[in-house]
Design a protein around this ligand. Structure first.
Ligand SMILES: [Zn+2]
Length: 311
């Protein structure tokens, strides 16, 4: 795309006057850096979600037992408030962004990606690739700005073939409960901006040098995780395949109420956790406590501990 973006132009035009007039953002941590060979992962916060605790109630547990578990699950005031951790991978001349956050109109507590990227010295035009893990609002709705333009306008946009096909299909809306039909409409509306330019990839494909797709379905039909590697080092960006630091890491014990297909997601978690612990691979979880970086350490037969990497 040629020429200056309207967003950039307006920002330049009004300059610091706008910055002063805007309400101050809630305090968020701008970034955490982690090396992968000579490349770097930066974890940039998009803020956090505010949801009722029942959002993550496992379908295989009674309301009474779930209530008793709430303190251990860190569900204060009956709310589930997970962080939203967006990974930026800087390798050579590429800046690869994994998911684009919720945008400015989803929740008051989200939509911090652009300001935090800027605080980290990265502007939207510097992003060379955008990779989408799945099409839920908190991962995709930041794709387009208020001027109906792609926020990361210089970037190639990459989506898994199955996720792309699913959200275009009639069943995406028809199968969705009423409370979530807006997810399907929102996904279709955003995908429409990519219709002519999207790069579709498949399971196992190295679709960007050093980025390989690991198909992890269940949370959505085409949910995908990603291994990034450089020299002999690697890390896995797991998106929403591992949602909660306790529930998700005990895959034999718990199903997750927020997964579209809980049984498929449970199998995915077993496979993924087994691989991550065997490889002793660092992982980044989108909703694990910021920055969401850590290891899956095997504790028993099929349970794991999330061991955060201290930054
Ligand atoms: Zn999410």
């Amino acid at each position: 795309m040629v020429g200056i973006k309207r967003r950039t132009f307006l920002k330049t035009l009004v300059g610091s006057a706008t910055a002063v007039a805007l309400p101050s953002l809630q305090s968020v941590i701008a970034q955490t850096e982690y090396p992968v060979g000579n490349s770097r992962l930066s974890i940039i916060s998009d803020g956090h979600l505010v949801l009722p605790a029942e959002f993550i109630q496992p379908p295989n547990i009674s309301a009474k037992d779930f209530n008793a578990l709430k303190p251990e699950l860190n569900l204060k005031e009956n709310l589930y408030q997970p962080d939203c951790n967006i990974t930026l991978w800087k390798s050579g001349d590429r800046n690869v962004l994994f998911d684009v956050g919720a945008g400015e109109n989803f929740m008051d507590s989200t939509g911090r990606l652009l300001s935090n990227l800027e605080a980290a010295g990265i502007s939207a035009e510097d992003v060379t690739d955008v990779v989408i893990s799945h099409a839920h609002p908190d991962h995709l709705w930041g794709l387009v700005d208020d001027f109906d333009e792609l926020v990361f306008y210089n970037a190639e946009h990459h989506v898994h073939q199955i996720e792309w096909d699913y959200w275009w299909s009639d069943s995406a809306i028809n199968d969705m409960p009423d409370s979530r039909k807006v997810f399907a409409l929102g996904a279709k509306t955003r995908f429409a901006y990519l219709e002519d330019t999207v790069r579709l990839f498949r399971d196992g494909e190295e679709f960007i040098p050093g980025v390989q797709a690991i198909f992890t379905p269940g949370h959505t039909p085409g949910h995908c995780s990603f291994r990034v590697y450089q020299q002999n080092a690697s890390a896995v960006i797991v998106g929403d395949a591992l949602l909660h630091p306790l529930l998700a890491f005990s895959p034999n014990q718990w199903l997750s109420g927020s997964d579209q297909n809980p049984l498929q997601a449970q199998n995915t978690r077993k496979r993924l956790l087994d691989q991550l612990s065997q490889d002793n691979s660092p992982l980044v979880g989108y909703h694990l406590p910021y920055p969401g970086l850590g290891y899956a350490e095997k504790r028993g037969k099929a349970a794991y501990d999330f061991v955060p990497i201290k930054s």
